[in-house]
Design a protein around this ligand. Structure first.
Ligand code: SF4
Ligand code: SF4
Length: 438
């Protein structure tokens, strides 16, 4: 694609990177075939190629973003299916991230939008604030029909019925092992710590059982993805910088990997090197990204023992951030099969479930359609269990499926001597079913 940025414009590192990405696009349109929003809405401007044109026009002309451009960029899930499909290697993620930051700096959203985004950015990345908000949402549920904004209704409806007690395993500490094969830091996350403490507990049990010493570093927190996807660079970089400092302190004491069990966070941490490329933290950010691994990648190195064949059918949901963001497609299925589960895959497994960070709260209508489509394809397999590697997908699918959904590590932990995952004994949807708001 030809671009017309001036030499002066290209002195800005963000614009220069956008220029390189835009020039790689040959407008072939292959990406439209796998874009969930294009499939649902059928509008070229809701396809990757359409969005690329909108971003190009906005950046080249240094335009104040208009409502139309913002609407179509906001509707993008950042699922990155387009990156998997693109034959030209267009790095859509960096392009849309830059466009979102540009919009955040140059566009004045309606007051209700600004208020909503402000609240989300100040609650979701902080586990204790998020817990309080979940309690508030539970109390607000009986009054939901009086709330006119569908996004606020979606937020209340997504709150789980049961809020787990705080897990002391998430506090800074070291889980020692007798016969140490590796030393890893576990990123305990933010929203996950409020919504489901079983996942980190199972991860720690599993890793230590397989010989990995697990450190919960002091000072780590949200990876920054939630605010990064809202274009709030100052906030996302501030939380990411704290993580880099916390992890580098542990790396200096010897660390083989930073283990991440929320694939949405993993995609972002693996991109810290790019996010901080022009800052004082560039070298350390690159070091962090180089050893950031999804938990399934670490488990593949740890030689998990084979489990007996079980009469249990697991439908594996591939989170977009894992299959497209990190290009990890086989590890979770290989591990589940090795543990003795029968692994099934749904039709259209490349398509997003509609969770996508805060997308299900900001765009409840499109998100609801994607969720229902995903649940349909998963339940068509008649599985005993659904497994996923990302808390966002688990909440989204769990809100509409009768089949219990748990994290892949919970099943692997169970198969290698851990307790039966608590999520398996749950009846019906984990959260009340969210009506599709059309
Ligand atoms: S598939 Fe790649 S090169 Fe083709 S239009 Fe999409 S982004 Fe551009
Ligand atoms: S990230 Fe997903 S929703 Fe956004 S343009 Fe690419 S395929 Fe479409």
């Amino acid at each position: 694609m030809q671009t017309t940025f001036t030499p002066e414009q290209l002195t800005d590192p963000g614009t220069s990177r956008a220029n390189d990405i835009l020039r790689a696009c040959v407008h072939c349109g292959f990406c439209t075939a796998t874009c969930p929003t294009y499939q649902i809405l059928g509008d070229e401007l809701d396809s990757p190629r359409g969005r690329i044109y909108l971003i190009k026009d906005m950046l080249e002309n240094e335009r104040v973003p208009d409502e139309k451009t913002v609407k179509h960029i906001d509707r993008c899930l950042s699922c990155l299916a387009c990156m998997t499909t693109c034959p030209s290697g267009v790095h859509y993620m960096h392009l849309v991230d830059h466009a979102r930051a540009y919009i955040e700096q140059n566009y004045k959203r309606p007051l209700s939008d600004r208020a909503l985004r402000w609240v989300l950015a100040r609650i979701l990345p902080y586990p204790y604030r998020f817990r309080l908000a979940l309690l508030g949402a539970k109390m607000g549920r009986p009054f939901m029909r009086f709330i006119p904004d569908p996004r606020l209704r979606a937020m209340i409806e997504m709150a789980p019925k049961v809020i787990p007690p705080v897990s002391c395993n998430d506090d800074p500490q070291t889980f020692h092992v007798a016969d140490k094969k590796m030393r890893v830091a576990l990123m305990t996350g933010c929203a996950q710590r409020a919504l489901n403490t079983d996942i980190n507990d199972a991860t720690i049990r599993l890793l230590t059982r397989l010989g990995a010493e697990v450190v919960i570093p002091k000072g780590q927190g949200c990876c920054g993805a939630l605010t990064h996807h809202m274009g709030k660079e100052t906030e996302s970089h501030a939380t990411a910088a704290k993580n880099i400092r916390a992890w580098v302190a542990e790396m200096d004491a010897g660390l083989d990997a930073i283990v991440i069990n929320t694939s949405g966070c993993g995609t972002t941490v693996k991109d810290y090197g790019h996010m901080f490329r022009n800052s004082d933290l560039a070298a350390n950010a690159a070091r962090v990204s180089a050893i950031a691994l999804d938990v399934s990648e670490v488990l593949m190195k740890l030689d998990m023992p084979e489990g007996d064949a079980k009469d249990t059918k697991v439908a594996y949901h591939a989170a977009c951030s894992l299959q497209h963001g990190q290009q990890i497609k086989t590890h979770p299925k290989t591990l589940l099969k090795k543990a003795g589960f029968t692994v099934l895959e749904p039709a259209d497994s490349h398509l997003c479930c509609g969770s996508a960070g805060t997308y299900n709260l900001m765009q409840p209508e499109i998100s609801g359609q994607l969720r229902d489509r995903k649940v349909q394809t998963l339940e068509a397999l008649k599985p005993d269990i659904i497994a996923a590697g990302n808390i966002g997908c688990m909440m989204q699918i769990g809100s509409a499926s009768e089949t219990p959904i748990v994290h892949t590590v919970e099943l692997l932990d169970w198969a290698t001597g851990g307790p039966r995952p608590a999520g398996l004994d749950r009846n019906g949807p984990q959260t009340p079913q969210v009506p599709i708001l059309r």
